[in-house]
Design a protein around this ligand. Sequence first.
Ligand code: ADP
Length: 481
Amino acid sequence: MVMIHKVLVANRGEIAIRIFHTLREMGIRSVAVYTEVDGRSLHVRTADESSRVENYLDTREILRAAAETGADAIHPGYGFLSENAAFAEACEQAKLTFIGPRPQTIRRMGDKLESKRVMKDAGVPVVPTWDAEPPANAYPVLVKAVGGGGGKGMRLVEHPRDLNEAKAAASREAAKAFNDDRVFVEKYISNPRHIEFQVFGDTLGSVIHVFERECSIQRRHQKIIEETPSPAVSPDLRAKMGEAAVAAARAVGYVGAGTVEFILSPDGQFYFLEMNTRLQVEHPVTEMTTGLDLVREQVLVANGQPLSIKQTDVRQSGHSLECRIYAEVPEENFRPDTGSIAVYRPPTGPGIRLDSGVEQDSEVGFHYDPMLAKLIVWAPTRDASIERMQRALSEFVLLGVRNNIEFLHRVVSHADFKAGKIDTHFLEHHAELRKPTTTEIPVEALLAASLTSSDSRGHRGTNGADQTFDDVWQSGAWRNA
Ligand code: ADP
């Protein structure tokens, strides 16, 4: 049996830190890698050791760092090299344990057409798909890139006359982004919900699912709020979808943590969308409601050990909600922002978990994804979970970089969100949520107040002339009404 003693995490930010925490609990040493601009980042100081690389995507550099530090395994996190079959192979060749599925599984599932063929054969419902021309009554349709990801290379086509042009444009975009210009056509499902299942397989042949996550709140096809259980999934539907997810994982002999993504149509039909062969950003909501540590399970499986739990023992209790905290400006079409975090006071208290990649004085640059942290809550019911998230978001002080905290607060406070009436178009249909309410104090005003000294107290504050940041904070006046 392989025995993992030291793991290099080929990633940065909150996910690297999240993985270091579990490694420390398991008594496994950790190695961080960092690029020049990340030299002072929090993840570097959280690991036991660190090694500088030119680029997080450079396989040779990562393998060199592993050799130099004596790591015997590599955890890729999400993004970067996590779904790169060639990287997983290179790890194997270098006698390093890749903490993830087999290279051939990554390769097959990374091809949207191949993965659909496999799922169809396994009896999993897939969205109707055409290589060439769909019938006229199939419209509207989506043109998608075979190698796609992150919503890139996707185009909605309402009318047959626009198909060829859309395919050509998607193909050009795909060639640039994925080095693969193949595209295909898929039926467009109106007003769907995004429901995914966490699956897990071990090398001894056990495959389980650990329930669903609903990720319908998206901007630009990217998730920003996730929850489990989904308010749209009945026990009966959960059983059916869970069975399909396990069948999907079994069909490819899945080993490790994976996610089977479905779209759920308003008529209750669900369809396989794709399989992500890695740990998901939103995995904490599953951990909060099941008590499992998914990174620990990943390490066990990579070590050749059985999963710690059987399907019949997996239980879910209560409800969990996650909000992704981004350095971005929702009012300006979610453009990313950069700067130095002048004040960082995350919420604490019952039922709160923060997976953060930053701290006070961290620099937020333009080199990497602007996600700063994930705020996760747990409560016995969905209603209580939403109340807790509202409380947590309103206590979260993050100054110096513009961010989406107030926007998230408006979203979780919306009557339709509270009622569970959501689909993947929620944010487009509620564009008003992007505008601040008049009672909100601009971040710049708070920042000015927080930075003023006694001789120039708070003259830029909108809440009265003589207020320091602490006055404003204590009064609670900056919160959403
Ligand atoms: P990517 O791999 O680029 O992320 P996905 O296939 O996972 O693309 O789809 C991303 C999102 O796009 C989904 O969560 C959903 O909101 C939307 N979407 C994808 N396929 C369809 C479809 N056939 N009908 C309606 N919406 C879709």
